[in-house]
Design a protein around this ligand. Structure first.
Ligand SMILES: Nc1ncnc2c1ncn2[C@@H]1O[C@H](COP(=O)(O)OP(=O)(O)O)[C@@H](O)[C@H]1O
Ligand SMILES: [Mg+2]
Length: 302
């Protein structure tokens, strides 16, 4: 069985079902990050084996071995990386990326430039990420916990209109996107580019989509981030209206979904729901949602 080596330092890693763990280690004299991916078993959800799905288990390794990002603009992967596969999974080893304290405007500009990178011709790019996420939500019964909060009316309205908004996203220019552009996944800097990690959701999506996801954990407000992204997007790719619509729809639906997910996990315990809004597992998601309220209102009018 695959095992991390003694002396590797475990790092906090997220919720991806295929990630066994992430470690900081040293190879030769150089600091590296090691990420272990588990191959899906027969009882795992089929989406882990679906090359179009954002949860496709081995995309992070395919990005490394294919070299598709060798000439990307705006975002680039760590310079040196390699992947080693065995029967149980894949181990990715890559340069350690030092934290360059990138601010949101720099990151948004880089995301815009990345959207101008030609889409590589490979069969494993994630497609339809937001639609697949909302489908998952649908299987779990929509947003029932939000229905018990002060955002109930808004949530219900947007839930019912989701296919209209997804169709509007489909009508926008489809561009290359990182797919999970949180500040934690955009740590490094090399000239004008951000050195990004965690490429497991690389794919295509509506222009502005990466900006919408980024917005949820950004410190900066929407308007300046939009301006920065627009300065990065090549003119022939998309205009202001298109970027703005893509970012707003993605941000609003992602914010509502995350708030539902966080609230539903604490809602099952004893006590009134309203008393749980300050729970540390919930409060940041509700704050992110509150911050998006001007965007929610614009969508309701649209
Ligand atoms: N190449 C790297 N350089 C620096 N830190 C890294 C690197 N790879 C991973 N990390 C650290 O490990 C954490 C988890 O790795 P990540 O690939 O983002 O996995 P997850 O899918 O769990 O988000 C990152 O948020 C980051 O702090
Ligand atoms: Mg990550």
């Amino acid at each position: 069985m695959w095992q991390p080596q003694p002396g590797w330092h475990p790092l906090p890693s997220g919720t991806s079902p295929s990630t066994v763990g992430v470690w900081r280690a040293v190879v030769g004299e150089e600091p590296v990050a090691v990420k272990r991916l588990a191959a899906p078993g027969e009882h795992d959800p089929p989406e882990l084996s679906d090359p179009d799905h954002f949860a496709y288990w081995r995309r992070g390794a395919d990005v490394v071995t294919s070299g598709v990002l060798a000439h990307s603009q705006g975002l680039r992967p760590p310079v040196r990386s390699y992947a080693v596969e065995d029967v149980e999974g894949i181990t990715i080893t890559e340069d350690w990326v030092e934290d360059a304290c990138n601010n949101g405007l720099f990151a948004a500009h880089a995301l815009g430039r990345f959207a101008g990178t030609p889409v590589p011709d490979v069969p494993w790019l994630a497609r339809d990420q937001l639609r697949d996420r909302l489908r998952r939500t649908e299987r779990r019964g929509g947003w029932p916990t939000l229905a018990r909060t002060t955002v109930a009316d808004v949530a219900e309205h947007l839930w019912h209109r989701r296919s209209t908004f997804l169709d509007r996203l489909d009508a926008l220019p489809q561009v290359l996107q990182h797919g999970d552009p949180t500040p934690g996944n955009l740590p490094g800097r090399e000239g004008d580019d951000v050195v990004a990690i965690d490429w497991s959701c690389l794919g295509t999506g509506p222009v502005g989509g990466d900006l919408g996801y980024y917005l949820l954990s950004a410190r900066e407000e929407f308007d300046p981030l939009l301006e920065a992204y627009l300065m990065g997007v090549p003119e022939e790719v998309a205009d202001r209206e298109q970027v703005s619509l893509g970012a707003r729809v993605v941000a609003v639906y992602a914010a509502l979904s995350r708030a539902e997910w966080a609230l539903s996990r604490v809602a099952k315990g004893e006590g009134a729901l309203a008393g749980k809004f300050r729970h540390p597992a919930v409060a940041p998601h509700l704050r992110a949602l509150q911050r998006q309220f001007p965007l929610v209102e614009q969508l309701l009018e649209a």
